[in-house]
Design a protein around this ligand. Structure first.
Ligand code: SF4
Length: 392
C-alpha cells in the first residue's frame, strides 16, 4: 500500500492522465496562452517566464487512427501519437509549439503538426548534441537566445532576467522536492510505486508549477517515512524509455512480480528532475549550463560527451541504490535507445549485473508474456543471491 495522501495524489493523477483538460481549465481560468514543448531538453522556465503555461506534450492513450497515414508504422509510438493528436484536433488547446531537440522521428512528427495546424507557430532551435566541444557552450547560448526571441513574440511578453530568475527558482524548488521522494524511496523508508512516481513527475511536466509544488508539499508533509521494505523483494533500477512514459499497467505488472523499483533513469522519472538550473549566474547563461549539466547528472543515449557515458553512470548508480538488477524499457522503434542498448548491455554483463529488456508499444501490453519474463528474471536474481552450500 502506498504512503501517499490519496486526495492530494488524486489531483496530480488527474492532470497527469489528462493534460489537455488541465490546460483548457488553466487557460479559461487565467486567460493566458498555453505553449507546448517536446521532450527531452526544452527549458520550461523560459516559457513560464512569459506568463504562459509550459506543457511537455504527452503521448495520448487513445488508439492511433488518422495518424496512421501521416507517419510510417516504424516511427516510435510517441511520434505517431503526436501526429494523430494533431490530425484529430487534440492539440488545439496549444497556442504554439517549441522544441530544442533533434531526434529524426520527432522532427517528422513536428512537421506533421506544422502541416495539420498551420495557424499555430512552431519554433525549433536545435541544441547541439556534442556536449564538450569548445564551441558547445556558445552554440547552446545562441539557441537559448533564439528561443527567447520566439517565445517573446508568441506570447507578447518580454522575458526579463528578473522574470526568468523567478521561474528558475520555482522550477528548482519543484525538482528538489521531487528528488526528496526519490531519496526516501532509495533509502527504503517510503513506499511509493513506480507508477505513482511517474505520476508525480509527469504531472510536474504539465501543471502550473506553483500549483504542483503546493500539492507536492502537502504530499511530502503528510509522509511518515519509516516503512522498511520487505527483504523478499528484488530491488530493481528501471532504465531507458525516453519521450513517453511507460504504461502504468506495465509498471504495476513488473512490481507484482516481487520487484521493488528503487531508482530509474526514465525521462518521466529521474532524468527529468536530475538537474537544477544554476541560480547564481545570468539566468539566460544558466539555462545553457543546465542543458550541458544534465548529461553529466543523468547521461542520455542521444548526447555525446567524452568524459561521460550512460553505462558507467548506470553501473555506479546501481551501487548507490543497492539495486540487484536493471530492467530496460524500450519504446519500439526508438532509434537512439536501440542503438545505445548494446553498449549498456555489454557494460552490465561485464559487471555481472542482471538485465532484462522489455520492448513497449503504443498499442497495448502483452501482460502475461511480460509477467512470465519478469518472474523468470526475478527468480534468476534470487537464485544468484542465495548461498550455494559447500560440498566440502
Ligand atoms: S528519442 Fe525515441 S522516443 Fe523520443 S521521439 Fe525519438 S524515437 Fe521517439
Amino acid at each position: 500500500m502506498s504512503d501517499l495522501n490519496p486526495e492530494a495524489y488524486a489531483l496530480l493523477a488527474s492532470a497527469a492522465a489528462d493534460p489537455v483538460t488541465y490546460a483548457q481549465g488553466w487557460k479559461a481560468r487565467t486567460g493566458h496562452p498555453v505553449v507546448g514543448s517536446f521532450p527531452m531538453n526544452f527549458p520550461s522556465e523560459l516559457t513560464h517566464a512569459t506568463g504562459a503555461l509550459p506543457v511537455v506534450i504527452q503521448e495520448s492513450r487513445t488508439p492511433i487512427t488518422e495518424g496512421r497515414s501521416l507517419l510510417p508504422e516504424f516511427y516510435c509510438g510517441y511520434t505517431r501519437s503526436l501526429a494523430d493528436q494533431a490530425a484529430v484536433g487534440e492539440l488545439d488547446v496549444f497556442d504554439a509549439f517549441v522544441l530544442a531537440d533533434h531526434c529524426v522521428q520527432l522532427l517528422g512528427a513536428v512537421d506533421v503538426i506544422r502541416w495539420s495546424i498551420p495557424s499555430k507557430p512552431v519554433h525549433f532551435a536545435q541544441f547541439i548534441s556534442s556536449m564538450d566541444d569548445p564551441w558547445s557552450g556558445a552554440q547552446v547560448r545562441d539557441k537559448i537566445g533564439s528561443l527567447r526571441v520566439e517565445v517573446e513574440e508568441i506570447v507578447g511578453t518580454v522575458v526579463t532576467a528578473e522574470r526568468l530568475a523567478n521561474s528558475i527558482r520555482l522550477f528548482n524548488e519543484n525538482r528538489r522536492i521531487l528528488r526528496e521522494f526519490y531519496d526516501l524511496r532509495r533509502q527504503g523508508v517510503l513506499r511509493i510505486t513506480a507508477s505513482e512516481m511517474q505520476t508525480l513527475v509527469k504531472s510536474s511536466m504539465v501543471m502550473d508549477i506553483e500549483e504542483h509544488t503546493a500539492i507536492l508539499l502537502r504530499l511530502r508533509d503528510g509522509l511518515t517515512p519509516d516503512a522498511a521494505a520487505p527483504d523478499s523483494l528484488v530491488r530493481i533500477h528501471l532504465s531507458g524509455h525516453f519521450c513517453a512514459p511507460p504504461r502504468p499497467e506495465l509498471l504495476d505488472v513488473i512490481e507484482e512480480c516481487g520487484v521493488l523499483v528503487v531508482n530509474d533513469d526514465l525521462y518521466h522519472g529521474f532524468r527529468y528532475i536530475s538537474t537544477d538550473v544554476p541560480e547564481d549566474v545570468d539566468p539566460f547563461d544558466a539555462l545553457a549550463l543546465w542543458y550541458l549539466d544534465r548529461n553529466v547528472n543523468a547521461p542520455c543515449g542521444t548526447r555525446v560527451q567524452r568524459n561521460v557515458d550512460w553505462d558507467s553512470y548506470l553501473v555506479s548508480s546501481l551501487d548507490d541504490s543497492a539495486a540487484d538488477g536493471v530492467i530496460t524499457l524500450m519504446s519500439k522503434f526508438c532509434e537512439p535507445l536501440m542503438l545505445y542498448y548494446p553498449e549498456l548491455k555489454k557494460a552490465l554483463d561485464g559487471h555481472d549485473i542482471p538485465v532484462l529488456l522489455i520492448e513497449t508499444e503504443h498499442e497495448g501490453l502483452a501482460e502475461e508474456s511480460v509477467r512470465t519474463r519478469v518472474e523468470t528474471f526475478v527468480e534468476r536474481i534470487r537464485r544468484s543471491k542465495s548461498t550455494v552450500p559447500s560440498l566440502a
